[in-house]
Design a protein. Structure first.
Length: 64
């Protein structure tokens, strides 16, 4: 059975990079080379979204 939720901890490296925990990468099928969109709200925090998750939306907005 696939997990629906995951909580993990990442440390920020000296170049400001973080590692997405393996369990989260597996949950969202994030592979090396994938692009991630970073959403920031100073009062609410940071959110990450795999870039291909919005490709369908872009195709609807800009049909080929």
């Amino acid at each position: 059975m696939e997990k629906e939720k995951f909580i993990g901890i990442s440390k920020v490296g000296e170049k400001g990079q973080i590692v997405i925990p393996k369990e989260a990468r597996d949950m969202f099928d994030i592979k090396q080379g994938d692009s991630i969109i970073v959403f920031c709200d100073k009062s609410r925090g940071i959110g990450l979204l795999k870039a291909d998750a919005i490709e369908d939306l872009a195709d609807k907005v800009f049909p080929k």
